[in-house]
Structures are given as structure tokens and as C-alpha cells.
Design a protein around this ligand. Structure first.
Ligand code: NAG
Length: 144
């Protein structure tokens, strides 16, 4: 009787173990690409995040930076497995962007960074303030 109960528990523990998602932390370090083809190259050091942002788009030629690249600075949370991120980029022409989001490690081994962003363009006078901030959504997929 005891051995039947023990076997029953063991079998169910094994099945449950196979079905539960593996606890792998979402590592933000690496190269990521979003739906527009913009490429994010990030290195995480402690809770800080540094790297380069290669933009696939710009509002006017040359405003992002040389080769449409600019430096990126941010922070990342390391409490829990799916890490939160916040990072910013200052573009060549003086506009700046910030993204906030979270890195998700998916059960199939894929990693995605789901973010919302805001882009601030420089308004020449207070009257133009209303039209100087854009916002949107970016999903980055881990490349390497
Ligand atoms: C994240 O990935 C990088 C690059 O593969 C690796 O060097 C680093 O050790 C990883 N960090 C953690 C916490 O696993």
C-alpha cells in the first residue's frame, strides 16, 4: 500500500516537473531587433544597461546620428526572473527617446523585450510643445 502511494506521488511529481516552465532568468545582454529592423546592442553590468541603438528609421535624414546610431543608457531590475528595463537614447539633432518594458524568457527558448517608447523632438517655442512628443510600442526579439 505504501509503495503504491509512493509510486503515485513520484509519477505525478515527474509529470508536474515536466509541465512546469523552467525557471530561466531573462538575460538582457545581447543583440536585439525590433519590428522595424532597428538593432539594439546591450550589455548589462549590475543594474545598469549600456549599449548602442541602430535605428532603422528617422524623422529626417541625419537626425539620429552617424550611421543612424546613438549611445544608449539605462537600468534593469534583477529581482525575479523576467527582468524590467528602462533605457534612453540622445539623438544627434537633440531629440531623445526612452523605452520602458520587460524581458520575457519564453518556454520555447525565445527571448522578447516588450516595450513602450516616447520620442521627444525639440520644440522651437512653447506653442509647439503639444506636437513634440510621439509614443509607440516596440517588441525586440533576441538575435544573439
Ligand atoms: C547574460 O548573457 C551574457 C552573454 O551571453 C553572459 O556573458 C552573462 O554571464 C549572462 N548573465 C547572466 C546573469 O546569466
Amino acid at each position: 500500500m505504501m509503495s503504491f502511494v509512493a509510486k503515485y506521488i513520484t509519477v505525478h511529481a515527474v509529470i508536474l516537473g515536466l509541465l512546469l516552465p523552467q525557471a530561466i532568468p531573462c538575460n538582457v545582454t545581447g543583440v536585439w531587433r525590433n519590428e522595424l529592423g532597428s538593432v539594439l546592442d546591450i550589455e548589462v553590468v549590475g543594474s545598469e544597461l549600456r549599449g548602442r541603438y541602430q535605428s532603422a528609421v528617422e524623422t529626417a535624414p541625419g537626425v539620429t546620428g552617424p550611421k543612424q546610431q546613438a549611445k544608449l543608457l539605462g537600468v534593469t531590475g534583477n529581482r525575479g526572473l523576467q527582468t524590467s528595463v528602462a533605457f534612453s537614447v540622445l539623438w544627434e539633432a537633440g531629440s531623445c527617446s526612452s523605452w520602458v518594458g520587460q524581458c520575457f524568457q519564453l518556454p520555447d527558448g525565445m527571448r522578447v523585450l516588450k516595450t513602450l517608447w516616447m520620442l521627444r523632438s525639440v520644440a522651437s517655442c512653447p506653442a509647439d510643445n503639444w506636437k513634440s512628443t510621439r509614443m509607440g510600442e516596440d517588441t525586440f526579439v533576441f538575435i544573439s
